[in-house]
Design a protein around this ligand. Structure first.
Ligand SMILES: [Ca+2]
Ligand SMILES: [Ca+2]
Ligand SMILES: [Ca+2]
Length: 416
């Protein structure tokens, strides 16, 4: 194992020692309560915005940098994983880890990697597609059901995001009674924007986040309720649509749809207090967004947003429109978010904060949140590469996987 000390992304390296010291004093004065540390008086170090849109509300972007005074210790637990996408903890402390190429592994806390779990359906492992998220079902303790999302080649051509479930055998070597419970429709011939985080709510409904399939032709379908393109869907554990979903009784609408107008959501979590779904989605050049998708609401893509096309052309005529929801927070330039999780533990002084896996930023991004407002941002350059998922173990330690051919599983703890 390799231990490395890392500091926050910092433009003034020589001041680092005194800054950490100062922030530590703040914690001592607060009795070690979370979170908030010191404001730096500026914003986190980032490039200039690509667009000139004006935020709809103050603090909607470029929140003040808040230094929590934490130095993160990284410890490589495992490597040799092919574009690992998701981490899910088993009750015994081991982890299920997906590899995008189509393999599901069981990894011990010491880093022993199992042979691929047998019994998964074939995946469409091209471009951004492959085996994606994995979660334990809410009744895992009794039925050992796990749920996973993946890109699936479809009969008749094209592909799309699908969700399957199966029983993990007692020895965790194979999946039994595998059922495909959801298929995003329509299928599309594309290698991009599959979504697809899975989050169970407290009533046992499963949220699935779905992308716009990246190509210009399906993009407007994010506004079309007769499709699953660019949607969050909410399904029962068997894939059926709950009777209280918002569009169940609307003509020409898919009953699974929960919210619409999303580009590509690859991060999601339930708020630990309210139980509401929070999501983070990729914008184009500018316009990554944090949202709280509510039943039946329109989140704008591709009509409004805070980004532009990769060629510099305008993507949106406006960033605001009556009847369309505003993001809680946005980034321009983008951070390229993988997963997001609320921090629930106490090992780090961050309880209730949002932690985001940064792909392009190759950083762990932390947001201070008050109610439904972002009040501060902090970024930690971990030096381990593009970060796809962040997960918290029961002891409050954080675990990340890196989006690389030789992807790594890395444990994060605070320097004592
Ligand atoms: Ca939006
Ligand atoms: Ca998450
Ligand atoms: Ca996660």
């Amino acid at each position: 194992m390799r231990f490395v000390f890392h500091s926050r992304i910092e433009g003034f390296g020589s001041h680092m020692r005194s800054l950490v010291f100062a922030a530590t004093l703040v914690f001592a004065a607060c009795g070690g309560t979370p979170s908030n540390g010191q404001q730096s008086g500026g914003e986190v170090r980032q490039g200039p915005p690509n667009t000139s849109f004006t935020p709809a509300v103050a603090g909607q972007t470029r929140a003040p940098e808040v230094r929590s005074g934490v130095t993160i210790v990284t410890e490589e637990i495992a490597s040799g994983l092919n574009h690992p996408w998701a981490i899910a903890f088993l009750p015994d402390g081991r982890m299920l880890v997906t590899e995008r190429a189509g393999r599901l592994r069981v990894i011990t806390r010491e880093g022993n990697i199992s042979a691929p779990v047998q019994g998964l359906p074939e995946v469409f492992a091209q471009g951004q597609g492959g085996l994606l998220d994995v979660v334990l079902g809410p009744t895992f303790a009794t039925d050992r059901l796990i749920y996973w999302s993946y890109a699936e080649a479809r009969d008749g051509g094209g592909n799309g995001t699908s969700v399957a479930r199966g029983r993990l055998s007692e020895d965790a070597s194979r999946l039994e009674n595998v059922q495909v419970i959801f298929q995003q429709m329509p299928s599309w011939d594309s290698r991009g924007h599959f979504g697809s985080r899975l989050v169970f709510d407290r009533e046992g409904h499963l949220y699935v986040t779905l992308g716009d399939r990246q190509r210009p032709e399906p993009r407007p379908l994010a506004q079309d309720l007769s499709t699953h393109i660019g949607k969050v869907v909410r399904i029962n554990a068997d894939g059926s649509a709950p009777a209280d979903n918002p569009f169940v009784r609307r003509a020409n609408a898919r009953a699974e749809n929960w919210s619409y107008g999303h580009r590509n959501i690859q991060g999601a979590d339930l708020h630990p207090d309210t139980g509401a779904l929070w999501t983070i989605e990729h914008g184009p050049r500018g316009g990554d967004e944090l949202n709280i998708p509510q039943a039946g609401r329109n989140y704008g893509w591709p009509v409004i947003g805070y980004g532009e096309d990769y060629n510099g052309q305008a993507m949106h005529q406006a960033s605001q429109r009556e009847g369309i929801e505003q993001p809680v927070y946005y980034w321009d330039p983008v951070i390229a978010p993988g997963d997001m999780d609320f921090y629930r533990g106490s090992l780090f002084p961050w309880r209730g904060d949002i932690l985001i896996a940064g792909l392009d930023t190759e950083a762990l991004v932390r947001l201070d949140v008050e109610d439904e407002r972002v009040t501060g941002e902090e970024r930690f350059a971990l030096g381990v590469g593009r970060i796809r998922d962040v997960a918290e173990s029961e002891d409050g330690a954080l675990w990340v996987v890196t989006d690389e051919d030789n992807g790594r599983l890395v444990r994060l703890t605070p320097r004592r």
